[in-house]
Design a protein around this ligand. Structure first.
Ligand code: C2E
Ligand code: CA
Ligand code: CA
Length: 648
């Protein structure tokens, strides 16, 4: 506005000067014209000053209406000065020699109205005095020409005023419409940017893990599939690392979920600070993190990331005013080396991780095809186990136990056997672990207990009395169901006295008294014999052993093997025998394979033995023959021994 105003003032100054020049050319300049010109210049100067002052103080924006009113006064003053021009000239002839001045004045008045459409008072203040002055001058001459032009001019003034007021209304409404349109456009722009912001927030929510800020599982899957598709085209590798936090569940359980969350955030930050080559780090859920390494040398880079993370995991992590060394296990697999699509690659890395967690913790395990074969084997075992238990494809075989001195049969240990049609021999630990995974531990032990009862019932018929049948119960079963209840059900069903059965539990169970206490007491009270299996491998609490009425200690095979040649093992076994004697516990040695070992063990005071020297585990159908053969050979040996003694 200020710029337009200045140019208007300049135009006024120029036209005023032209008017004075015209008068000068006509030799009509007198002091009234000089005074008129001076007054006009002063008013123009003042208007320029006022405009500048208003603009400087920002009044044009803060108080536009008041400013315009102020400026209108200036316009009026300038209009009056223009209007005064004809009176400064003696005998002003508007249609005669002063027609040029008349045209200039009329033009200035008309121009002002056209220019100031937005604010009519400003234009009218300026132009009406000029036009009125012209009309008065014209009519004042009282000549038909002048009167007619004067009347025309008057009519023009009326039309001017009306048109300019109409124009102002139009202008105002068009300005309002323009402002409304601008405001609408603004608000649309704002709405649009709001939508964009919301979209990016939603996108972040959909792609980010809210706890750690890392990529989430969904984003991870998309990226893995995308990277593999790209790698197929450019013939590169994609390596996948999966990290698992050791004992995270117990941290969560003991310190609470918020401490667990804080720990996960710390681990995420640590991964981020170590892996800085742009590889995607994601949290797959729980305590599992994944890293996708793509591009050149992907497998090598993944290996070095894993090594760096494992190295850093030796340093304590500080979180929530706590600190601890938190171990990690890592599985690694790569496309195209191990798998040719994202799903398979993830499964391979998972298998490697699973294996890493089984072995020495804090290690990197790289996928190899054996892992897939093992996993497949495990899957088949788990899938077929229930049917095998039900159909009897899985059953107990028995290994005899004998008195080391007399070779009398004192018992049998039931050992699970399963010849799988496709997999062949499935080892007992595989069976026990699969049963735990598919929640069949109770059915499995019940099946072996049933076979043990059938044997216990048959033994007196074969002529073996005072012989126990032992069965193994894995310590973790105590947490799953009531072993005593199940056994009582099975023994009662087969009419077998609980004392005919012995329950072998490993030291592990005894190490966790809270878990085993009640169950072991119930077994003992129900009349079952108890044996501590694999004795010497753990750290049985002596006090606890005394408190628990255990009947026998089974010394672990590792001490027995080659005992004849190992003085250390002899000493250890001797110590265990003394311990057993002082607690009135019978000692059983298992894994006896040679007559030399048997002789040493007998000398060391071991009472009962089990091992390949006497018999391998055998199916119940083979037992009768073995028992008969065993008894006849021991009888023969005994006879030979007595003969030898009597000859001597
Ligand atoms: P364990 O209770 O220590 O069983 C003795 C293991 O030593 C048996 O292995 C047996 O075959 C083997 N053995 C016996 N004498 C000798 C010998 O002279 N030399 C050698 N080298 N080995 C001998 P098996 O049958 O493979 O069982 C392995 C383990 O699996 C068992 O160790 C036991 O802990 C577990 N197990 C077996 N059957 C069952 C079951 O029905 N339930 C549960 N929960 N665990 C079972
Ligand atoms: Ca055993
Ligand atoms: Ca054992």
């Amino acid at each position: 506005m200020a710029d337009g105003f200045r140019s208007t003032l300049l135009l006024n100054l120029i036209t005023l000067t032209i008017c004075l020049t015209l008068l000068h050319i006509n030799h009509q300049v007198g002091w009234p014209n000089i005074a008129w010109y001076a007054a006009a210049v002063i008013v123009i100067g003042m208007r320029a000053y006022v405009m500048n002052a208003l603009a400087r103080r920002g009044k044009l924006l803060t108080a536009p209406k008041a400013s315009l009113r102020f400026l209108s006064l200036g316009a009026l003053a300038l209009g009056i000065i223009w209007a005064a021009l004809p009176w400064t000239i003696p005998d002003f002839q508007p249609l005669g020699e002063h027609a040029a001045l008349f045209l200039i004045m009329g033009g200035m008045a008309a121009g002002a109205v056209i220019k100031q459409i937005g604010y009519t008072p400003l234009a009218l203040n300026y132009s009406i005095p000029i036009l009125l002055s012209l009309v008065i001058n014209l009519i004042g001459h009282w000549r038909p020409n002048e009167v007619l032009v004067g009347l025309c001019l008057s009519l023009m003034i009326v039309i001017f005023i009306r048109r300019s007021m109409w124009a102002e209304r139009m202008f105002v409404s068009s300005q309002v419409a323009r402002h409304e349109a601008t405001a609408l456009a603004d608000s649309l722009t704002r709405a649009n940017s709001d939508i964009l912001r919301q979209n990016s927030r939603l996108e972040a929510l959909a792609n980010r893990d809210t706890l750690t800020g890392l990529a989430n599982r969904m984003f991870f899957h998309g990226r893995l599939a995308g990277d593999i598709a790209r790698a197929k085209v450019v013939d590169e590798q994609v390596a996948l690392l999966i990290f698992d936090v050791e004992r995270f569940q117990s941290i969560n359980d003991t310190l609470g979920h918020s401490a667990g969350d804080a720990l996960l955030r710390e681990i995420a930050a640590r991964l981020g600070s170590i892996i800085e080559d742009g590889s995607l780090i994601a949290r797959l859920g729980g305590d599992e993190f994944a890293v996708i390494v793509s591009g050149a040398e992907a497998l090598e880079r993944a290996r070095s990331h894993a090594a760096a993370v494992l190295e850093a995991s030796r340093q304590p992590i500080h979180w929530s005013q706590r600190q601890a060394v938190v171990g990690l296990s890592v599985g690694l697999a790569a496309y195209p080396d191990h798998a040719d699509n994202a799903e398979e690659l993830l499964a391979c890395a998972d298998m490697a991780l699973y294996d890493a967690k089984r072995g020495d913790r804090r290690q990197l395990r790289e996928f190899d095809p054996d892992l897939r074969r093992n996993a497949e084997r495990k899957r088949i075992i788990e899938q077929d186990l229930e049917r095998a238990i039900q159909t009897g494809a899985l059953s107990a075989w028995f290994q005899p136990q004998v008195d080391l001195l007399t070779r009398r049969i004192t018992g049998f240990e039931a050992l699970v056997r399963w010849q799988h049609p496709q997999l062949g021999f499935v080892s007992p630990p595989e069976i026990v672990s699969a049963a735990r995974t598919v929640h069949l531990s109770e059915q499995l032990t019940a099946r072996i207990a049933r076979d043990a009862c059938l044997l216990a019932r048959r033994l007196p018929e074969i002529g073996l009395t005072d012989v126990t049948v032992a069965l193994n119960v894995s310590p973790r079963e105590f947490a799953l169901y009531s072993v005593a209840c199940m056994l009582q059900g099975v023994t009662a069903h087969h009419g077998v006295a609980p004392s005919a059965l012995e329950i072998e539990i490993t030291e592990e169970a005894i190490l966790d008294p809270a878990l085993a206490d009640e169950q072991l007491k119930r077994l003992e009270q129900a009349g079952y014999k108890l044996a501590v299996d694999d004795f010497g491998m753990g750290h049985s609490s002596l006090a606890y052993l005394i408190g628990l009425k255990v009947d026998r200690l089974k010394i672990d095979r590792s001490f027995v093997k080659d005992v004849a040649r190992s003085e250390t093992n002899q000493k250890l076994i001797s110590a265990m025998v003394s311990l057993g004697q002082s607690l009135s516990l019978e000692i059983v040695v298992e894994g006896v394979e040679t007559p030399e070992d048997a002789a040493i063990l007998a000398r060391l005071g071991c009472g009962t033995a089990q091992g390949y020297l006497f018999a391998r585990p055998m199916p119940p159908s083979a037992l009768e023959t073995w028992i008969a053969e065993h008894q006849s050979t021991t009888l023969l040996k005994r006879k030979a021994k007595t003969k030898h003694l009597s000859v001597a």
